[in-house]
Design a protein around this ligand. Sequence first.
Ligand code: AVJ
Length: 322
Amino acid sequence: MPPTTTAAPLTDLRPAPADITGEVLAGLSASPRRLPSKYFYDARGSQLFERITREPEYYPTRVELALLEASMPSIAEAVAAHAHVVEYGSGSGRKTRLLLEGLDVPVAYTPIEISRTALLASVERLADEFPGIELLPVCADFTGPVPLPAPSREPGHTLVFFPGSTIGNFTDADATGLLRSMRTTMGPRGQALVGIDLDKDPALIEAAYNDAAGVTAEFTLNLLARLNREIGSDFDLDGFAHRAVYVRERRRIETFLVSRHAQDVTVAGRRFHFAPGEAMQVEYSHKYTDATFGALAAAAGLRVVRRWNDPRDWFGLRLLKP
Ligand code: AVJ
C-alpha cells in the first residue's frame, strides 16, 4: 500500500493588511506610543528569533529544552493518552518533537502559528518524523479564538502546549484572556502545558535581551522593516535604536525602539512626529514566580496541577487544568 499522507491542508486565518494597519495606527496614536509585538514574526523575524535562541546570553530556549527533555517521562505520566496536541505559536518545532515523541501516542497535532513560512517548514519536517500523527496546521493569530480542525480519529482529550514563555509577551490582563480562551479550546477534560521564564538576577535577564552580537536589536528593528513592506509605512530603520530594560517591580523586560533624532513617519497617509529620544514600546517579556503565575491561572479558571523547574529555577513548565 502507498504511504498515506497525514498532513491536512493548512487552515489560513492570517490577519489581513487592513487589520495590521488599524492596530499600528492605534498604537502610534497612543501615549506613550507602542507597536504590537506579534508582528515580529514574519519569515525573517522568525529566522532572527531562531538566531537569538543560539546566542550565548539568551538562556530561555536552552534551559527549557533541557528541562523538557529531563521531565518528559514524568510529563508523559501526568498527561492522558491519545491527546490532540494544540500548540500556540509553534516556531521551529524543536520542543514539539520532544513532546510528541515522549507522550503516550498523541492522535493529532495542530500547530497555530502566525508566520506561514515557519508553520509550513515545521509541518513538513514533522510529517516525515511522525507518520502516525495527523497534522492539522492552522495559520492564525492565536490571541483571538481559533476554531480547531477535527482530527479524523477521536482524541481522548486536548492538550494545549504553550512553551517558550511566550505568555510573558502579554500583559497580565491579556495573559488571563489568553489562558481563558485556552481553557475554552481544551474543554473541561483538557490540559495545558505552559513554559514560563522565572524571575531571577536582573543582570542575567537583561543580558538575554541585549546580546552582544546585536541579534535582538536586529530582531526588534525588523518589525519596522516588516511594517514598511506590508502596510507601506516609511519607518527609517537607522533612525531608531533597540533598548531593553528589566523593570524589577513589574518583573518584566520592557523593549523600546528609541527615536535617534526628531523625525516624521507616515502610515496610511497619516504623519506621526517623533521627538529625539522618544521611546516607543514594542515588547514585554514577563518573568514569573509561583505566586504571580498561579494568580494568572486562577484568574482564568485554571489550576496548576504539576510543576517542573530546571535545577537553577530559571525556567518552569506548568501543567494546568480547568
Ligand atoms: C517569544 C517569548 C520566547 O520574550 O523571550 C526574545 C521573544 N524577544 N528576545 C521572549 C524575544 C526578544 C521571546 N519569546
